[in-house]
Ligand binder design. Structure first.
Ligand SMILES: [Zn+2]
Length: 405
Protein backbone atom coordinates (compact mmCIF):
# COMPACT_ATOMS: atom_id res chain seq x y z
CA UNK A 1 0.00 0.00 0.00
CA UNK A 2 1.12 3.53 -0.67
CA UNK A 3 2.16 5.64 2.24
CA UNK A 4 1.12 9.28 2.58
CA UNK A 5 3.36 11.62 4.56
CA UNK A 6 1.92 14.95 5.70
CA UNK A 7 5.03 16.91 6.63
CA UNK A 8 6.03 20.24 8.17
CA UNK A 9 2.64 20.83 9.83
CA UNK A 10 2.55 23.84 12.15
CA UNK A 11 0.60 21.75 14.68
CA UNK A 12 -0.87 18.30 15.11
CA UNK A 13 -3.52 18.06 17.85
CA UNK A 14 -5.39 15.08 19.26
CA UNK A 15 -7.54 14.29 22.29
CA UNK A 16 -5.49 12.30 24.80
CA UNK A 17 -5.27 8.53 24.92
CA UNK A 18 -7.58 6.97 27.50
CA UNK A 19 -10.83 5.11 27.93
CA UNK A 20 -13.58 6.62 25.75
CA UNK A 21 -15.73 8.52 26.36
CA UNK A 22 -13.43 11.15 27.87
CA UNK A 23 -14.93 12.88 30.93
CA UNK A 24 -14.20 15.66 33.38
CA UNK A 25 -10.70 17.13 33.10
CA UNK A 26 -9.68 14.50 30.54
CA UNK A 27 -12.18 15.99 28.08
CA UNK A 28 -10.10 19.16 27.81
CA UNK A 29 -6.69 17.50 27.66
CA UNK A 30 -5.22 17.46 24.18
CA UNK A 31 -1.75 16.71 22.92
CA UNK A 32 -0.30 19.38 20.64
CA UNK A 33 2.88 18.71 18.66
CA UNK A 34 4.49 21.69 16.91
CA UNK A 35 6.35 21.38 13.59
CA UNK A 36 5.04 17.89 13.13
CA UNK A 37 4.19 15.12 10.69
CA UNK A 38 1.49 12.48 10.26
CA UNK A 39 2.36 9.29 8.37
CA UNK A 40 -0.44 7.19 6.87
CA UNK A 41 -0.32 3.74 5.27
CA UNK A 42 -3.45 2.74 3.38
CA UNK A 43 -6.41 3.46 5.63
CA UNK A 44 -4.38 3.50 8.90
CA UNK A 45 -2.25 6.00 10.80
CA UNK A 46 1.34 4.73 11.15
CA UNK A 47 2.87 7.43 13.33
CA UNK A 48 2.54 11.03 14.51
CA UNK A 49 5.32 13.19 15.93
CA UNK A 50 7.71 16.11 15.57
CA UNK A 51 9.61 16.43 12.28
CA UNK A 52 12.85 15.91 14.20
CA UNK A 53 11.71 12.37 15.10
CA UNK A 54 10.89 11.41 11.52
CA UNK A 55 13.46 8.78 10.63
CA UNK A 56 14.58 7.69 7.19
CA UNK A 57 11.62 6.27 5.26
CA UNK A 58 11.90 3.36 2.87
CA UNK A 59 9.62 2.46 -0.04
CA UNK A 60 7.42 4.68 -2.15
CA UNK A 61 5.19 7.33 -0.70
CA UNK A 62 3.32 10.48 -1.54
CA UNK A 63 3.92 13.67 0.37
CA UNK A 64 1.67 16.54 1.35
CA UNK A 65 3.17 19.90 2.27
CA UNK A 66 1.70 20.89 5.64
CA UNK A 67 3.42 24.28 5.98
CA UNK A 68 1.01 26.83 7.43
CA UNK A 69 -1.54 24.15 8.29
CA UNK A 70 -2.58 22.26 11.41
CA UNK A 71 -3.97 18.73 11.64
CA UNK A 72 -6.89 17.47 13.74
CA UNK A 73 -8.70 14.10 13.70
CA UNK A 74 -11.50 13.78 11.14
CA UNK A 75 -14.68 15.13 12.75
CA UNK A 76 -17.51 12.75 13.71
CA UNK A 77 -21.12 13.96 13.47
CA UNK A 78 -23.09 11.55 15.68
CA UNK A 79 -26.57 13.07 15.20
CA UNK A 80 -28.01 14.10 11.82
CA UNK A 81 -31.28 13.75 9.87
CA UNK A 82 -30.02 13.90 6.25
CA UNK A 83 -32.56 11.65 4.45
CA UNK A 84 -35.38 13.95 3.48
CA UNK A 85 -36.94 15.54 0.43
CA UNK A 86 -38.15 19.11 0.09
CA UNK A 87 -37.16 21.80 2.55
CA UNK A 88 -38.78 24.00 5.19
CA UNK A 89 -37.61 27.40 4.01
CA UNK A 90 -41.21 28.70 3.95
CA UNK A 91 -41.62 27.64 7.57
CA UNK A 92 -38.29 29.27 8.44
CA UNK A 93 -39.53 32.54 7.00
CA UNK A 94 -42.87 32.27 8.86
CA UNK A 95 -41.02 31.65 12.12
CA UNK A 96 -38.75 34.59 11.44
CA UNK A 97 -41.96 36.62 11.09
CA UNK A 98 -43.07 35.60 14.57
CA UNK A 99 -44.99 32.28 14.19
CA UNK A 100 -44.30 29.70 16.93
CA UNK A 101 -43.35 26.07 16.33
CA UNK A 102 -46.74 24.94 17.69
CA UNK A 103 -48.55 27.29 15.30
CA UNK A 104 -46.50 25.94 12.40
CA UNK A 105 -47.31 22.38 13.47
CA UNK A 106 -51.03 23.20 13.70
CA UNK A 107 -50.85 24.70 10.18
CA UNK A 108 -49.57 21.39 8.77
CA UNK A 109 -45.87 22.27 8.96
CA UNK A 110 -43.18 20.58 10.99
CA UNK A 111 -42.04 16.99 10.67
CA UNK A 112 -45.17 15.81 8.84
CA UNK A 113 -44.69 18.23 5.95
CA UNK A 114 -41.23 16.70 5.41
CA UNK A 115 -42.83 13.25 5.67
CA UNK A 116 -45.18 14.04 2.78
CA UNK A 117 -42.27 15.13 0.55
CA UNK A 118 -40.02 12.25 1.60
CA UNK A 119 -42.68 9.59 0.94
CA UNK A 120 -43.13 10.98 -2.56
CA UNK A 121 -39.42 11.09 -3.40
CA UNK A 122 -38.40 7.47 -4.06
CA UNK A 123 -35.10 5.69 -3.41
CA UNK A 124 -33.01 7.28 -6.17
CA UNK A 125 -33.92 10.82 -5.16
CA UNK A 126 -33.25 10.06 -1.47
CA UNK A 127 -29.87 8.56 -2.38
CA UNK A 128 -28.97 11.78 -4.21
CA UNK A 129 -30.14 14.04 -1.36
CA UNK A 130 -28.16 12.14 1.27
CA UNK A 131 -25.02 12.08 -0.92
CA UNK A 132 -25.31 15.84 -1.40
CA UNK A 133 -25.57 16.50 2.35
CA UNK A 134 -22.73 14.06 3.01
CA UNK A 135 -20.53 15.99 0.58
CA UNK A 136 -21.36 19.22 2.41
CA UNK A 137 -20.40 17.56 5.70
CA UNK A 138 -17.07 16.43 4.23
CA UNK A 139 -16.42 19.99 3.06
CA UNK A 140 -16.70 21.02 6.72
CA UNK A 141 -14.33 18.29 7.93
CA UNK A 142 -16.76 15.51 8.85
CA UNK A 143 -15.30 12.10 7.93
CA UNK A 144 -17.88 9.97 9.79
CA UNK A 145 -21.57 10.77 10.02
CA UNK A 146 -24.57 9.13 11.59
CA UNK A 147 -27.91 9.58 9.84
CA UNK A 148 -31.43 8.93 11.10
CA UNK A 149 -34.58 7.86 9.32
CA UNK A 150 -37.86 9.14 10.79
CA UNK A 151 -39.39 11.14 7.94
CA UNK A 152 -40.97 8.11 6.26
CA UNK A 153 -42.98 6.70 9.15
CA UNK A 154 -44.11 3.91 6.84
CA UNK A 155 -42.17 0.75 6.09
CA UNK A 156 -41.10 1.45 2.55
CA UNK A 157 -39.83 4.99 3.16
CA UNK A 158 -38.14 4.23 6.50
CA UNK A 159 -36.20 1.40 4.82
CA UNK A 160 -35.42 3.65 1.83
CA UNK A 161 -34.00 6.31 4.17
CA UNK A 162 -31.82 3.83 6.06
CA UNK A 163 -30.58 2.37 2.76
CA UNK A 164 -29.72 5.82 1.41
CA UNK A 165 -27.74 6.66 4.57
CA UNK A 166 -25.85 3.35 4.52
CA UNK A 167 -25.08 3.59 0.81
CA UNK A 168 -23.70 7.12 1.28
CA UNK A 169 -21.24 5.73 3.83
CA UNK A 170 -23.19 6.85 6.91
CA UNK A 171 -24.02 5.01 10.14
CA UNK A 172 -27.81 4.42 10.00
CA UNK A 173 -30.10 4.91 13.01
CA UNK A 174 -33.76 3.89 12.84
CA UNK A 175 -35.78 6.82 14.21
CA UNK A 176 -39.05 4.95 13.78
CA UNK A 177 -40.60 6.82 16.70
CA UNK A 178 -40.09 10.39 15.47
CA UNK A 179 -43.75 11.40 15.06
CA UNK A 180 -47.13 9.74 14.62
CA UNK A 181 -48.14 9.75 10.94
CA UNK A 182 -51.67 10.94 10.08
CA UNK A 183 -52.94 7.53 8.94
CA UNK A 184 -52.29 5.99 12.39
CA UNK A 185 -54.94 6.32 15.14
CA UNK A 186 -52.47 7.30 17.87
CA UNK A 187 -49.03 6.91 19.38
CA UNK A 188 -49.68 3.54 21.07
CA UNK A 189 -51.10 1.98 17.91
CA UNK A 190 -48.28 3.44 15.82
CA UNK A 191 -45.53 2.08 18.11
CA UNK A 192 -47.11 -1.40 18.00
CA UNK A 193 -47.39 -1.21 14.21
CA UNK A 194 -43.81 0.03 13.75
CA UNK A 195 -42.38 -2.73 15.97
CA UNK A 196 -44.35 -5.36 14.05
CA UNK A 197 -44.07 -4.07 10.48
CA UNK A 198 -40.87 -2.02 10.21
CA UNK A 199 -38.43 -3.15 12.91
CA UNK A 200 -37.47 -6.51 11.28
CA UNK A 201 -36.27 -4.77 8.09
CA UNK A 202 -34.92 -1.68 9.84
CA UNK A 203 -32.82 -3.81 12.21
CA UNK A 204 -31.12 -5.46 9.24
CA UNK A 205 -29.72 -2.07 8.12
CA UNK A 206 -29.54 0.18 11.20
CA UNK A 207 -27.03 -0.07 14.06
CA UNK A 208 -29.13 1.90 16.55
CA UNK A 209 -32.70 2.94 17.29
CA UNK A 210 -33.87 6.37 18.40
CA UNK A 211 -37.11 7.83 19.80
CA UNK A 212 -38.44 11.38 20.24
CA UNK A 213 -39.68 11.65 23.82
CA UNK A 214 -41.74 14.83 24.04
CA UNK A 215 -45.20 16.10 24.89
CA UNK A 216 -47.45 15.42 21.92
CA UNK A 217 -45.20 12.74 20.40
CA UNK A 218 -44.12 9.75 22.53
CA UNK A 219 -44.23 9.36 26.32
CA UNK A 220 -41.80 7.25 28.32
CA UNK A 221 -44.05 4.17 28.38
CA UNK A 222 -44.27 4.18 24.59
CA UNK A 223 -40.53 4.93 24.29
CA UNK A 224 -39.70 2.03 26.61
CA UNK A 225 -41.80 -0.41 24.59
CA UNK A 226 -40.19 0.74 21.35
CA UNK A 227 -36.61 0.72 22.68
CA UNK A 228 -36.89 -2.67 24.40
CA UNK A 229 -38.18 -4.23 21.19
CA UNK A 230 -35.32 -2.63 19.26
CA UNK A 231 -32.75 -3.85 21.78
CA UNK A 232 -34.04 -7.41 21.35
CA UNK A 233 -33.18 -7.07 17.67
CA UNK A 234 -29.61 -6.06 18.54
CA UNK A 235 -29.87 -2.31 18.07
CA UNK A 236 -28.06 0.17 20.33
CA UNK A 237 -30.43 2.66 21.98
CA UNK A 238 -30.61 6.44 21.73
CA UNK A 239 -33.21 9.02 22.74
CA UNK A 240 -34.19 12.57 21.83
CA UNK A 241 -35.01 13.88 25.31
CA UNK A 242 -35.59 17.02 27.37
CA UNK A 243 -35.67 19.26 24.29
CA UNK A 244 -38.77 21.26 25.19
CA UNK A 245 -39.70 19.71 28.54
CA UNK A 246 -38.47 17.16 31.09
CA UNK A 247 -40.62 14.09 30.45
CA UNK A 248 -38.62 11.38 32.22
CA UNK A 249 -36.36 10.63 29.26
CA UNK A 250 -33.14 10.86 31.31
CA UNK A 251 -34.14 8.22 33.91
CA UNK A 252 -35.35 5.98 31.08
CA UNK A 253 -32.06 6.37 29.15
CA UNK A 254 -30.05 5.54 32.28
CA UNK A 255 -32.22 2.56 33.17
CA UNK A 256 -32.02 1.10 29.65
CA UNK A 257 -28.27 1.84 29.44
CA UNK A 258 -28.77 3.79 26.22
CA UNK A 259 -25.72 4.89 24.23
CA UNK A 260 -26.87 8.50 24.37
CA UNK A 261 -29.56 10.96 25.19
CA UNK A 262 -29.61 13.92 22.83
CA UNK A 263 -30.77 17.58 23.20
CA UNK A 264 -31.20 18.19 26.99
CA UNK A 265 -32.04 21.90 26.60
CA UNK A 266 -34.54 21.55 29.49
CA UNK A 267 -32.52 19.24 31.76
CA UNK A 268 -32.28 20.34 35.39
CA UNK A 269 -29.84 19.54 38.20
CA UNK A 270 -31.31 16.08 38.91
CA UNK A 271 -30.91 15.03 35.30
CA UNK A 272 -27.34 16.32 35.22
CA UNK A 273 -26.45 14.32 38.35
CA UNK A 274 -28.12 11.20 37.01
CA UNK A 275 -26.23 11.37 33.70
CA UNK A 276 -22.93 12.03 35.48
CA UNK A 277 -23.35 8.78 37.42
CA UNK A 278 -24.13 6.80 34.24
CA UNK A 279 -22.49 5.58 31.05
CA UNK A 280 -25.01 7.43 28.87
CA UNK A 281 -23.43 10.14 26.70
CA UNK A 282 -25.18 13.53 26.64
CA UNK A 283 -25.22 14.66 23.00
CA UNK A 284 -25.55 18.45 22.82
CA UNK A 285 -27.00 20.17 19.75
CA UNK A 286 -26.49 23.93 20.09
CA UNK A 287 -27.57 24.73 16.51
CA UNK A 288 -31.10 23.43 17.25
CA UNK A 289 -31.30 25.59 20.38
CA UNK A 290 -30.04 28.58 18.39
CA UNK A 291 -32.51 28.00 15.55
CA UNK A 292 -35.52 27.64 17.84
CA UNK A 293 -34.50 30.40 20.23
CA UNK A 294 -34.35 27.89 23.09
CA UNK A 295 -32.05 27.92 26.12
CA UNK A 296 -28.73 26.18 25.51
CA UNK A 297 -28.22 22.76 27.18
CA UNK A 298 -26.32 22.74 30.52
CA UNK A 299 -23.00 21.69 28.98
CA UNK A 300 -20.71 23.18 31.62
CA UNK A 301 -22.69 21.63 34.48
CA UNK A 302 -22.62 18.23 32.74
CA UNK A 303 -18.86 18.29 32.17
CA UNK A 304 -18.09 19.60 35.68
CA UNK A 305 -20.31 16.90 37.21
CA UNK A 306 -18.38 14.23 35.29
CA UNK A 307 -20.92 13.37 32.60
CA UNK A 308 -19.69 12.31 29.18
CA UNK A 309 -20.74 14.71 26.43
CA UNK A 310 -20.59 14.78 22.64
CA UNK A 311 -21.45 17.54 20.18
CA UNK A 312 -23.35 17.20 16.89
CA UNK A 313 -25.08 19.33 14.27
CA UNK A 314 -28.59 17.77 14.42
CA UNK A 315 -28.61 18.62 10.70
CA UNK A 316 -32.29 18.59 9.64
CA UNK A 317 -34.61 20.69 7.47
CA UNK A 318 -36.74 22.13 10.28
CA UNK A 319 -34.60 23.20 13.21
CA UNK A 320 -30.92 22.93 12.25
CA UNK A 321 -30.20 23.41 8.55
CA UNK A 322 -26.42 23.38 8.93
CA UNK A 323 -23.88 20.61 8.20
CA UNK A 324 -20.92 22.31 9.89
CA UNK A 325 -19.29 20.88 13.01
CA UNK A 326 -16.84 23.83 13.08
CA UNK A 327 -19.89 26.09 13.60
CA UNK A 328 -20.97 23.75 16.41
CA UNK A 329 -17.51 24.15 17.95
CA UNK A 330 -17.86 27.94 17.82
CA UNK A 331 -21.24 27.73 19.56
CA UNK A 332 -19.78 25.30 22.11
CA UNK A 333 -17.14 27.89 23.04
CA UNK A 334 -19.38 30.97 22.93
CA UNK A 335 -22.74 29.59 24.17
CA UNK A 336 -22.05 26.36 26.07
CA UNK A 337 -19.05 27.47 28.13
CA UNK A 338 -16.73 24.81 26.72
CA UNK A 339 -13.07 25.28 25.76
CA UNK A 340 -11.84 24.58 22.20
CA UNK A 341 -10.12 21.47 23.58
CA UNK A 342 -13.35 20.15 25.12
CA UNK A 343 -15.27 20.92 21.94
CA UNK A 344 -12.72 19.00 19.85
CA UNK A 345 -12.92 15.86 21.99
CA UNK A 346 -16.72 16.08 22.03
CA UNK A 347 -17.01 15.95 18.22
CA UNK A 348 -14.24 13.41 17.63
CA UNK A 349 -13.46 10.63 20.12
CA UNK A 350 -16.63 10.99 22.21
CA UNK A 351 -18.90 11.23 19.18
CA UNK A 352 -17.25 8.10 17.76
CA UNK A 353 -17.95 6.33 21.05
CA UNK A 354 -21.66 7.18 20.71
CA UNK A 355 -21.59 5.38 17.36
CA UNK A 356 -19.78 2.37 18.82
CA UNK A 357 -16.62 3.14 16.82
CA UNK A 358 -13.34 2.90 18.74
CA UNK A 359 -11.04 3.03 15.71
CA UNK A 360 -11.24 6.80 15.10
CA UNK A 361 -11.54 10.21 16.72
CA UNK A 362 -7.85 10.60 17.63
CA UNK A 363 -4.57 10.84 15.75
CA UNK A 364 -2.65 7.82 16.99
CA UNK A 365 -0.89 4.79 15.45
CA UNK A 366 -3.28 2.06 14.30
CA UNK A 367 -6.37 4.24 14.10
CA UNK A 368 -8.27 4.97 10.89
CA UNK A 369 -6.54 7.49 8.64
CA UNK A 370 -9.17 10.24 9.01
CA UNK A 371 -7.34 13.57 9.14
CA UNK A 372 -8.46 17.16 8.61
CA UNK A 373 -5.92 19.87 7.76
CA UNK A 374 -6.97 23.34 8.89
CA UNK A 375 -5.89 26.48 7.04
CA UNK A 376 -4.35 27.97 10.19
CA UNK A 377 -1.14 27.58 12.16
CA UNK A 378 -3.16 27.35 15.42
CA UNK A 379 -5.77 24.56 15.38
CA UNK A 380 -8.12 26.57 17.62
CA UNK A 381 -9.20 28.51 14.52
CA UNK A 382 -11.55 25.52 14.16
CA UNK A 383 -13.80 27.16 16.77
CA UNK A 384 -12.49 30.74 16.59
CA UNK A 385 -13.33 31.44 12.93
CA UNK A 386 -17.13 31.52 12.99
CA UNK A 387 -18.37 29.94 9.74
CA UNK A 388 -14.92 30.58 8.27
CA UNK A 389 -13.39 28.71 5.37
CA UNK A 390 -11.07 26.91 7.76
CA UNK A 391 -11.03 23.36 6.33
CA UNK A 392 -8.14 23.03 3.85
CA UNK A 393 -7.84 19.29 3.18
CA UNK A 394 -9.91 16.27 4.24
CA UNK A 395 -8.43 12.76 4.30
CA UNK A 396 -10.91 9.93 4.82
CA UNK A 397 -9.65 6.37 5.22
CA UNK A 398 -6.30 7.46 3.78
CA UNK A 399 -7.84 9.07 0.67
CA UNK A 400 -7.76 12.82 0.02
CA UNK A 401 -11.48 13.51 -0.49
CA UNK A 402 -11.23 17.28 -0.46
CA UNK A 403 -8.39 19.68 -1.01
CA UNK A 404 -5.21 19.48 -3.08
CA UNK A 405 -5.24 16.53 -5.47
ZN1 LIG B 1 -32.42 15.21 16.11
Amino acid sequence: MTQLLIRDLAQVVTPITGQAPLRGRDLGRVEVVENAYVLLDGDRIVSVGPMTALGALTGSREELDGRGLSAIPGLVDCHTHPAFAGDRVHEFALRAGGATYDELLAAGGGILSTTRATRAAGQMALDAFVARHRDAMIAHGTTTFEGKSGYGLDRETEVAQLTAIRDAGGIPTWLGAHAVPPEQPGADAYVDWAIREVLPEAAAIAVAADVFVERGTFDTAQARRYLEACRQRGLALRLHGDQLSEMGAVPLAVELRARSIDHLESTGADGVAMLAASGVVAVLLPIAALYLGRPMPPARALVDAGAAIALATDFNPGSAYCESLPVVCTLACTQLGLTPEEALAACTVNAAHVLGLDDRGRLAPGLRADVVLLDATDWRHLAYHLAGDVVHTVIQGGQVVRGPA
